[in-house]
Design a protein. Sequence first.
Length: 358
Amino acid sequence: MTHFLFCVCQLGAEPAVKAELATLRPELRFAYSRPGLVTFKSPSPVAPDAPLPAVFVRAFGASLGPAEGPAQVFTMLSGTCPEGQPVRLHVWERDVTRPGEEPHGFRYGPRAAEVRAALLAAWPEGQHPLLPGEVAAVGDRVLDVIVAEDEPWWVGHHVHGPGHSPFPGGRIAVDMPPEAPSRAYRKLEEALIWSGAPVRAGDVAVEIGSAPGGASYALLRRGVTVYGIDPALMDPVVLDYRGPADNRFIHLHRPMSMVQRADLPTALHWVLMDVNLAPQVALITARRLAARPRHALHGVLLTLKLDDWRAVRHIPRLLASIGAMGMEEVKATQLPSNRMELFVCGLTRAGRQRLTGP
Ligand SMILES: C[S@@+](CC[C@H](N)C(=O)[O-])C[C@H]1O[C@@H](n2cnc3c(N)ncnc32)[C@H](O)[C@@H]1O
């Protein structure tokens, strides 16, 4: 049993992780950090299935320490995981820059694939049968190997369950079509995959802060009709879009303060928001548009901008105010593509029923 916990986050978000952990797990002491990786020492052993509801932590688990190669990784694995227990292998790269600042042509994956191949080639199948594929299922024992240029691998393990991403390191793979007007396309696809929000073809959504249109384009491609509120220009690929079921984009070409609930269809299923304004200000409009008539509303999908990491202390209050918009469930995370911001998904009773219903 190890006494260390590892947390992986966006590069630069380490202070936010420390601040969150100081509140959530005050018994932990900061131990070590690298960009995008923070470890903590616990007075008691860290269980691999312990939950950690931290917004800024993308991946976490019991930390086993650095390793120079496969043999050392397998010794660590044998020391923590009973022989014969199947293991899923997650190998991923720590962030190399802040999101969106990667060098031209850079992509995450090749370095991790190389390390994964080296581990698979030497895998002790007799001791720990390897689960095929990378997407974790509830209850899986996951071996975490975090890689970075010119550094030993960092090894940990966890049991997959609520709060853990099924994908290695919480990095959600999204293919962005070349014509997508902005990286918000990726952000919204990540948000839908992470939250599991039941957005369906035929739904009607409003996006506050829709230009140039990456998120709207992602919704349109999913068959949603989108009302976009923004005084800035929308990309023609969005304006000209016609879906197979005739879903389309309608531009309310003005600031959000000049849009009334009556300007939108009575049956509105989703309220999205991605404006570069303080959350307290932006949420006033989201609340207004999510209010009556609310019979059809399934939820809200909101990007909240942060001024700096000290804003972390306001998050519980912001989430409570989103809950008070009629949401039965509210969850938040910093998605891999989020910059100085976080994503919040709130679901109404109707939204939750759609998730669990037929
Ligand atoms: C991060 S961008 C939105 C990106 C967009 N969601 C996409 O998918 O491409 C923020 C947008 O908020 C808009 N915005 C700022 N203040 C606004 C206001 N008062 N009302 C409506 N939109 C506003 C800006 O014009 C800008 O287009």
